[in-house]
Each structure stands twice: as C-alpha cells, then as structure tokens.
Write a protein that binds this ligand. Structure first.
Ligand code: DQA
Length: 145
C-alpha cells in the first residue's frame, strides 16, 4: 500500500522566511520547514509534497490538484488568509470532497494587527493551528493522522 499523500502549501512571501521579520516569524527558512516536514511526514507514514507560491491562482490550481490526486492539505495561505475568497472557495472544494485541510500559521494572527484577525479560510478548513512557528506545520501533519 502506498503512503497517503499530503500537499504542504505555502502562499505569498513565505519564500522570504529566515530574513522576513524574524522577530515575528523566527529564523527558520522555508527550506528548513520543508526538510522538517518531509522528515516528520515520513515518521508518520505520510508522503509530503511541499510547495510555495506568491500567486493566488497557482495556489488555487494546487488545491484543485490535491483533490484530483486524493491528497490531504496543510496550507499556510499567508496574507491570502485574510481576504482571498478564491482560496477559500478552493479550500471548500478540498474539504467537501472528503479530504482534510489544516490551515497553519507560524505566528498567531489573533494577537497581531486587526486585519489579521479574520481568516476567510478558517470556516471551510478542517482545523487551524497557529502560533508555533515551524512546529505549526508539524502539528498539522500529526492532526492529519
Ligand atoms: C502568516 C500570517 C499572515 O497574517 C501573514 O500575512 C503571513 C504569514 C503566518 O504564518 O503567521 O504571510 O500566515
């Protein structure tokens, strides 16, 4: 039997982790996160496909692809979290197809600026994990199993 596939998707500006506002996001780079995710996924009996894009439409396409290949999703939508109804609708396509989708954030948006307090994704996600840096991604994998 092949191991279940998980798409681990990150949105805009997350390719700048490591140097982007390290006091908020920490010093881990996205490569560090992806390496840790692949290792943790393997330990949990999953296969992780890790990707990042700065483009809303590409993220939507990857969410559709997750449905088509039967993958669960760990998603950090970045700022798209707060206003992208296109990403929200694509997440709803994932979860209504019977797949799980865990929304993750490195920081805890609820403790930050007012505009970050709204997630348009949360209402269609299976669950949300926020505020634990790199560990948010690893906890999301654990949640999936
Ligand atoms: C973020 C939080 C968002 O508000 C922000 O726009 C990001 C990163 C996080 O991981 O903490 O880009 O999703």
């Amino acid at each position: 039997m092949t191991a279940p596939l998980v798409y681990v998707l990150s949105g805009p500006n997350l390719n700048r982790l490591g140097t982007r506002e390290p006091e908020i996001y920490g010093s881990d780079t996205l490569d560090d996160i992806h390496r840790a995710v692949v290792t943790e996924a393997r330990a949990l009996g999953l296969v992780a496909d890790c990707r990042q894009t700065n483009h809303e439409g590409e993220l939507v396409d990857w969410l559709h692809e997750a449905v088509d290949v039967g993958a669960d999703v760990v998603l950090n939508p970045g700022a798209l979290t707060h206003y992208s109804y296109a990403v929200r609708d694509a997440c709803a396509i994932v979860t209504t197809s019977g797949r799980s989708l865990v929304e993750v954030h490195l920081s805890n948006p609820a403790t930050r600026e007012e505009f970050r307090h709204t997630s348009v994704v949360a209402g269609v996600a299976t669950g949300t994990i926020a505020g634990f840096g790199l560990q948010s991604y690893l906890l999301a994998l654990r949640a999936l199993v």
